[in-house]
Design a protein around this ligand. Structure first.
Ligand SMILES: [Zn+2]
Length: 235
């Protein structure tokens, strides 16, 4: 259950949590929303009171969260833009020479392009070919999972806006090409998540039991991945 409010220009999401008894927990979503983890019976007045009481600190933290993710999801494909690759910031170098090459040079991603639209299509093409290699290696790292019996599933990748990965009932794994912009350990986490769906299609207790057995820190990874959510909006 989650409800959304705006209180004093602060976007607030209230999540009622059966396991919470008294205190209200305050967290910050990478999108710049205050998330209140609250007991089920929490009233709107209590929500208002807690936002008023911690208002200065909440505004400060929201500002920090927005700064931390401001560079994500806003690539214009122009000279000097910051783009992501495996969790690293790369500076885009766009040269007008006609050519098709995109290459990595230290912390620079160099692209020969005539304009932003050309640079965009070439950089996206580069991400696609990198994703092909990086995801294949990530899948291979999990090859020994017992239920796979040594056989990796059919998989594909594409730019998606709402999810990092999915697994069909037929056992076909889809990964989001944008994932190649995030650190390897987060790619490994998403791949394991999808591979666990080959054993349990839903997100039940057994599914998470499997995740915990093979990646005890998966919750930390999931939280880290949330910070990269603005990437999903990158064109
Ligand atoms: Zn899932």
């Amino acid at each position: 259950m989650s409800e959304q409010f705006v209180i004093d220009a602060i976007p607030v999401e209230l999540r009622r949590n059966r396991r919470r008894r008294t205190r209200i927990g305050i967290d910050f979503d990478p999108a710049g929303v205050v998330v209140l983890d609250a007991p089920v019976a929490t009233t709107f007045e209590e929500v208002e009171a807690i936002v008023a009481e911690h208002g200065r600190w909440i505004r400060y933290r929201l500002q920090k969260v927005r700064e931390a993710t401001a560079h994500l999801g806003r690539v214009r494909y122009q000279e000097g833009d910051i783009v992501q690759y495996l969790g690293r910031n790369l500076t885009l170098r766009v040269s007008a020479e006609d050519g098709s090459a995109v290459f990595l040079e230290g912390k620079r991603l160099c692209v020969a392009a005539l304009d932003a639209a050309d640079a965009r299509s070439k950089v996206r093409g580069w991400y696609q070919s990198e994703a092909e290699v990086v995801f294949a290696a990530a899948l291979d790292r999990w090859r020994d999972l017992p239920w796979l019996a040594g056989r990796l599933p059919a998989w594909r990748h594409s730019f998606m806006r709402t999810q990092w990965g999915s697994c069909s009932e037929m056992g076909r794994v889809s990964l989001n090409t944008h994932l190649v912009k995030t650190p390897l350990k987060l790619i490994d986490y998403v791949v394991l998540h999808e591979l666990c769906h080959l054993e349990y299609l839903n997100h039940g207790k057994r599914f998470y039991g499997l995740m915990t057995r093979y990646l005890p820190a998966w919750r930390v990874r999931r939280k880290d991945l949330d910070k990269f959510m603005p990437l999903l909006l990158e064109e």
